[in-house]
Design a protein around this ligand. Structure first.
Ligand code: SAM
Length: 213
């Protein structure tokens, strides 16, 4: 069933309320997880038509500044996979995993995977708050319009690896976290060398995890 404008508006508000609550108190995620999964599952068939054509411009600007090409990349909250495809296209040696809690989104992502990327891009149902991956197993972790779970981000990013958090409409994005907060949370977990980007209507933050001591 097609989502009406009222449901979309409520969805945007719920997404922002969830983001604010979970960034302030990650343990609240358990209350929001089910409703948010249902919400995005319902949006999946229309998701690509709801996204702005330049939605990933800030992500692309940050990727331009990566210090080195990643061999293994993780796209959290991948939705229909757009950011995973961008990363795989840019870095022809990279294996890319896109993760989402909404199976309906992943079904679209799998269906849309270009044949030339299908050997390197896979999609997996998982929760970004408890990822089924080893410590330090990704050289790049991307989040496009996605709630950050900082402890897991720090755990799965390899020392010397990078993370990119992008927001397609800057502070107007329903899922948005203030850059100051992002820097504070990431800085407390060993990330530094922060760089900000603007492109289209959006913003992105690039951060690098420190080398092992
Ligand atoms: C606003 S959409 C962004 C989708 C895509 N990154 C894009 O920019 O088009 C957020 C996505 O994150 C997923 N999501 C939200 N919380 C999640 C979590 N804890 N773990 C994995 N995926 C999550 C939702 O199901 C949804 O597909």
């Amino acid at each position: 069933m097609k989502l009406g404008e009222l449901e979309r508006r409520l969805g945007r508000r719920f997404s922002r309320a969830t983001t604010n609550a979970v960034v302030a108190r990650p343990r609240l995620w358990g209350l929001f997880r089910g409703p948010l999964r249902v919400l995005f599952g319902r949006m999946a068939p229309q998701w690509d038509s709801m996204r702005r054509p330049d939605a990933l411009a800030p992500l692309e600007a940050a990727l331009d500044a990566l210090p080195h090409a990643p061999r293994r990349a993780l796209d959290l909250g991948t939705g229909t996979g757009a950011a995973a495809f961008v990363i795989a296209s840019r870095f022809p040696e990279a294996e890319v995993i896109g993760v989402d809690i909404a199976e309906e989104m992943l079904a679209h992502a799998r269906q849309k995977t270009p044949p030339k990327l299908s050997a390197r891009v896979t999609f997996q149902a998982a929760d970004a708050s408890r990822l089924p991956f080893d410590d330090a197993s990704f050289e790049l972790v991307s989040l496009a319009n996605m709630i950050p779970f900082f402890d897991e981000l720090a755990r799965v990013t390899a020392p010397g690896g990078s993370i990119v958090l992008s927001f397609s409409a800057g502070p107007e994005t329903p899922i948005w976290v203030a850059p100051k907060r992002l820097r504070a949370e990431l800085g407390a977990r060993g990330f530094g060398e922060f760089a900000d980007f603007r492109a289209g209507l959006g913003t992105a933050l690039l951060a690098r995890k420190g080398e092992p001591v």
